[in-house]
Design a protein around this ligand. Sequence first.
Ligand code: NDP
Ligand code: GDR
Length: 358
Amino acid sequence: MSWERRDSFDTLGPKIYNRPMKKALITGITGQDGYFLSKFLLEKGYEVHGLVRRNSQMSYGNLQHLDKEMFNKIRIHWGDVTDHAIVSSLIKNEQFDEVYHLAAQSFVGVSFSNPHSTYDINIGGTLNLVNAVKEYSPKTRFYFAATSELYGATETKPQNETTPFYPRSPYGVSKLAGFWTTKNYRESYNLFMSNGILFNHESEMRGEEFVTKKIVRNAVKVVRKEIESFEIGNLDAKRDWGYAGDYVVGMWQMLQQDKPGDYVLAMGRNHGIREFIEAAFKHLGITIAWEGQGVDEVGKDATTKQVLVRINPKFFRPAEVDELIGDASKARTELGWEPKVDFAGLVKIMVDYELARN
Ligand code: NDP
Ligand code: GDR
């Protein structure tokens, strides 16, 4: 970043700031949801703190897309959630009103090749946070980023807060441990700790390896003739996709209740990967026609017959989550949560952003 920041590398001793409305910590602040949640909380007048793990570029990830004034308001603490010492001293010294624990190794595919680090970050990191809250700041309200991946291979449709869990990846298993750790600390120590069981939510800030962003980026490259085609994995999966900007509102609402609890956030509609590809290309003026079977299936431009999408089994996962669809009735009724962006709106936001970007 070119402008001056006031980051904190040390967490020794209490910090005295002019306290505005409320003070919140976001772990995982540089990710997709961190961007939207920071913006949302800053607009509400919160004092926003972020825990950021050091990288060689000293990069602030998606926070760099915030406007300069907002960005400069965020108080960055450099540290890793797996580091018990920094997590404890940060929670002890700052006495946050709210902690949003979003930091995770969040890519399901990578969790199969890197199960140890996925467990260390997603389970160990979560334990560090809930334990620090219990020991040093028990009045802090805590949000844990649980996920629809907890449902995995469950046969119940749609999934809600009472649906049995059946995770299908090291990521899903690690988040299951995080979910139960959060719930167990809530019940054992009477702490305000809530789990948000969020279904897939995407946006213009989505990481590039996730399927929606990958499709949109590559479709725009195809249209610009920078590439002829691109490769994809399992076309048969179905996901309940919403917009990240809507989902962070639900996270905040969960921490404003009289009591903690567990809530599903979902749109209640799912769509296949083919459908997402078709919708992205349609927004770019191209109709996709599918031909072939299995790994030989291709997506062609229906007019020119050029092959634009191919399958590469290297993107298949050792175990797949075939279909997810959520029922967010509890969140709609108890929290008053109302997502605004539907599937078509989501695709439009993502494609328009990509078109404007380069
Ligand atoms: P991202 O992958 O975009 O962001 C993950 C964040 O966690 C990044 O800021 C990353 O930092 C940070 N992080 C990773 N490891 C560590 C670590 N060891 N110490 C400190 N920070 C770390 O995820 P999303 O924003 O999409 O998701 C937010 C949370 O919600 C995640 O926990 C995810 O598992 C969960 N979730 C997401 C859903 C979705 O559809 N997006 C649905 C359900 C749950 P860095 O920039 O350094 O990589
Ligand atoms: P998911 O998201 O695994 O649901 O986890 P992702 O976008 O990675 O995959 C969705 C589905 O698309 C299929 N797929 C591909 N996926 C990727 N990434 N790349 C491909 O080329 C490809 N081809 C097909 C996948 O197999 C899968 O079925 C996301 C993350 O944000 C998690 O952190 C979060 O908990 C869940 O959503 C809810």
